[in-house]
Design a protein around this ligand. Structure first.
Ligand SMILES: NC(=O)c1ccc[n+]([C@@H]2O[C@H](COP(=O)([O-])OP(=O)(O)OC[C@H]3O[C@@H](n4cnc5c(N)ncnc54)[C@H](OP(=O)(O)O)[C@@H]3O)[C@@H](O)[C@H]2O)c1
Length: 327
């Protein structure tokens, strides 16, 4: 597997997102940690070195699974995790943004323990905290880097001005945001800024929360508590309009003997070697399918047709979630 460059961090250009190992999307039966661990092992065997998690996934459960999986293989993996959506109070916690230095200090100790490691390769602020100046957050992460607990600093869903301010305190290695065939707004302002500053881009939900895989044809495919049931892109007319995008991706993929998931990932890989998508799955067969997207060659005509797809209908998150995104 070739590598991508995220600031000073070198990571496999296709990574693995570990969010569904703790739920969130509830299609396909109950969680199975043993299967999740095996999926991570398969990814590592296939050359994936970049595993993405967060303390809020579960909460905490995804980090525990990743910690179990990397035991004995720690030096082969770059672990990325995130703070700032769990508020720590002594032995308890609640949910909400908090990127104060004290909360980051509490968060990092829990993440290190669950991940069973003494350093985190890439430590992201999960959402910008309107109550803590980004300089304070960046300063706190810089201290953790100086202490050796963290190696690289990342931001998620940060606006251009915030990225500049954080980067002025400590170099940001990577920005994480949604980027895929159906979510391309990052190309207007953020991607040029990242390139100006030498920051890598880690596209989350590169398979459109699963829709771009072609495996979801109806909201009835979702469990009752599936997060996507209330996502604007999966509801009402938007869902049907978005299926038309998937059909187009499926047709283009078929010309190469590729699945729609592989086609969506292969397209992302053409966007630059500073881009490292993290498709999420907890299943071995899907890890194999997604990582082999690296070998798919798209023709100029196919690229043109993929570039010309309609953007998705509907906002990428519901109103409450959109409100947490720094703009
Ligand atoms: N920074 C942030 O705010 C943020 C937000 C969202 C996500 N993330 C990160 O990004 C990662 C990926 O995002 P995501 O999980 O939202 O979306 P995604 O990667 O676009 O899609 C994941 C969904 O697609 C399914 N899937 C994966 N590969 C498949 C395949 N080949 N065929 C059929 N279905 C397939 C998965 O199901 P199974 O798991 O059941 O296989 C899961 O339901 C997450 O794991 C997380 O680490 C970050």
């Amino acid at each position: 597997m070739k590598n991508a460059r995220l600031g000073d961090l070198v990571a496999s250009r296709i990574g693995l997102g570990a969010m569904t190992m703790a739920g969130t999307y509830t299609t396909g039966g109950p969680l199975d940690d043993t299967e999740s661990v095996r999926a991570i092992h398969r990814a590592l065997d296939l050359g994936v070195t970049h595993i993405d998690t967060a303390e809020v996934y579960g909460p905490f459960h995804s980090e525990e699974v990743v910690g179990r999986a990397v035991k004995g293989r720690r030096d082969k993996v770059q672990i990325a995790t995130k703070f700032g959506l769990v508020q720590h109070h002594g032995n308890g916690h609640s949910f909400g943004t908090d990127s104060s230095p004290a909360n980051i200090r509490a968060a990092v100790e829990g993440s290190l323990r669950r991940l069973d490691t003494d350093y985190i390769d890439l430590y992201y602020q999960h959402r910008v905290d309107p109550d803590t100046p980004i300089e304070e957050t960046a300063g706190a992460v810089a201290e953790l880097i100086a202490e050796g607990k963290v190696r690289h600093f990342g931001l998620s869903e940060a606006a251009p001005a915030t990225i500049r301010r954080a980067h002025a305190v400590h170099p940001v290695a990577a920005l994480q945001t949604e980027y895929s065939l159906w979510t391309r707004d990052v190309e207007d302002e953020i991607l040029p800024l990242l390139r100006e500053l030498g920051i890598g881009l880690v596209p989350y939900s590169p398979l459109g929360h699963g829709l771009l895989t072609g495996q979801i044809r109806s909201v009835d495919d979702f469990g009752d508590d599936d997060w996507r049931r209330t996502n604007p892109r999966f509801t009402g007319d938007n869902f049907h309009r978005n299926l038309a995008i998937v059909d187009e991706v499926t047709a283009i993929g078929a010309e190469n003997g590729a699945t729609p998931a592989q086609t969506a990932l292969a397209w992302l890989l053409t966007r630059g070697d500073d881009i490292a998508p993290i498709p999420g799955t907890r299943r071995i067969a899907r890890v194999e399918e997604n990582t082999s997207a690296e070998g798919i060659q798209l023709t100029a005509d196919q690229l043109h047709r993929l570039d010309s797809l309609q953007p998705a209908a509907g906002e990428r998150h519901d109103e409450a979630n959109m409100a947490t995104i720094d703009r």
